[in-house]
Design a protein around this ligand. Structure first.
Ligand code: SF4
Ligand code: SF4
Length: 189
């Protein structure tokens, strides 16, 4: 089969997956996510949750999506003139690997083009998260566990949610559910 056709079939398959699951790959299957989780387990005196420029920095991943790599996209603005894309890519991974020791999932938050693309589907995908308002007591246990520093019970299906499920596990009231259809009883299926 023609390589060009294969490329389009692959692209369609990815889009269908995004429509089904949104960002589920990031939280459950991505090897880079797993590596970042391991790096964050390395003991270090300072561990940072959120900080002043956290939100705007998260837009960088959309730049990565547009330009394929963050650093070449910065080169467009003359910031990294002279960097070859490959070297810049390697540097990016090293820097984010170091940052992953103190911040959870920095690659997912700030740089991943796949995460950026799939995040656009979180609100419309068939697989969804839901908060059962009558059960939630707003204790914040879920928020403490969130890898992406969002508030799970007010931001279900946020583009930043990687659908890792840690918030669900943390909730003692079973107030968070996920699946292709959620019921008012707390069960998802
Ligand atoms: S842990 Fe459960 S009950 Fe507590 S705020 Fe989160 S969703 Fe609500
Ligand atoms: S909201 Fe829940 S599922 Fe989403 S990233 Fe945070 S902990 Fe994971």
């Amino acid at each position: 089969m023609d390589a060009e056709i294969l490329k389009y079939i692959g692209l369609c398959a990815v889009l269908v997956w995004f429509l089904i699951a949104g960002r589920l790959f990031c939280g459950k299957l991505c090897p880079l996510g797993f590596i970042q989780d391991l790096l964050y387990k390395i003991p270090f005196p300072v561990k940072i949750g959120t900080f002043a420029f956290d939100k705007p920095l998260r837009l960088l991943k959309y730049a990565h999506l547009l330009y394929s790599f963050v650093l070449p996209s910065l080169a467009v603005f003359g910031i990294l003139k002279g960097f070859e894309p490959y070297e810049a890519g390697a540097l990016l991974y090293i820097v984010l690997g170091l940052i992953a020791v103190i911040i959870r999932r920095p690659f997912c938050k700030y740089a991943c083009a796949i995460g950026a693309a799939s995040s656009l589907f979180n609100k419309v995908s068939l697989y969804k998260y839901k908060t059962l308002g009558e059960k939630c007591i707003k204790c914040g246990l879920c928020t403490k566990q969130c890898l992406m520093n969002i508030v799970p019970y007010t931001a279900e299906n946020s583009p930043e949610c990687i659908r890792c499920g840690l918030c669900k596990k943390a909730c003692r009231k079973n107030a968070l559910v996920s699946g292709f259809k959620t019921t008012g009883t707390g069960k998802a299926y």
